[in-house]
Design a protein around this ligand. Sequence first.
Ligand code: FEO
Length: 402
Amino acid sequence: MAEPFEAVRVTDRVWWVGAVDWSVRDFHGYQTSRGTTYNAYLLMADTPVLVDTVKPGFQEEMFARIASVIDPSRIRVIVSNHSEMDHSGCLPAAAARIRPDRILASTIGVRTLREHFGTDLAVSPVADGETLRLGNATLTFLETRMLHWPDSMVSYFAEERLLFSQDAFGMHLATSERFADEVPDDVLLAEAAKYFANILLPFSPLILKLLDRVKGLGIPIEIVAPDHGPIWRKDPGRMPALYAKWAAQEPSRKAVVVYDTMWQSTAAMARAVGEGLARGGASVKIHCLKASHRSDVATDLLGAGALLVGSSTLNNHLLPSVADTLTYLKGLKPRNLRGGAFGSHGWSGEGAKQVREVLEAMKVELDGETVSARYVPTAEDLQKCRDLGLRVAERLTAGGKA
Ligand code: FEO
């Protein structure tokens, strides 16, 4: 059954031919509450080009959209900007159906695609900064190593001043609208921040260098076409400016408290920590891990100045939910945080100590001793929690921005 998918025109010569995944809710640990899109683009030139493909299972949607413009077999070149399977998963199927003259990837991309799909898939390398004249279209390729895979690159279509930015400047957001200016701004900002916090944060130093490099090249960019979410055809400088701000990780007055609890003792401690933080002038977000997903905690941590974490002790360990979130946050390498650890226990008390060890490994600047309560926190324990929050907030507001 052929479904009636159609391409969406982006410019005179570029069409969106991707797929909308309305129902995906997990992206290797990132909760994609609003689904996502896998964007592929058809560049209509003397030599038609397909830029990226889609996640396995969505290839018929992509081929149907291409077929609404041209017979897919007319495509002569496929560009693979990134080897992760949500963009390359249909590359073998596309190569088999299209039989292009060339498949192009970065030098590392050639190796990575081979490691995914074997040597039957013939892929040619393009060098960093290389410009190819494909009939009446000029494409320049820029490597963006470790943004966010070693193979990653972006492609610039000079005649349309359009940057195929691959994962960069994208977001996980399924919509019927294809352009950012058609989507409510609060949704755009929330999902763009979530995407940055959960995928790109570890690479912040590289992002700052890349933004400088692109600025230095002086390439005129009027449209930014990412591989997820809507296309930026107005104010193309907006996302780079936000990326520069987020990557700088300047600490603010925002403090994030994360905890899980068995019998409400650690919950009471978390509230006391929050009270102290608020009294000290911090803007407080409290996440109980029974209610909050790790990726929402990571999003709140973007631009925060403090992280305070609490756990009960279960079988001589911190709670599994807290271990899960701390492992996830540690991998994201947030910087410029101060904070503290707290928790309750019955007889052994390892939970809060293990939280502190992870925070130390994350290079969180810890203020004061770990606050630990036996069974049920006493008034004195809760006062220690308030004092911990107050101490963190005072040091935060001394150096943090509003
Ligand atoms: Fe959207 Fe890194 O893949």
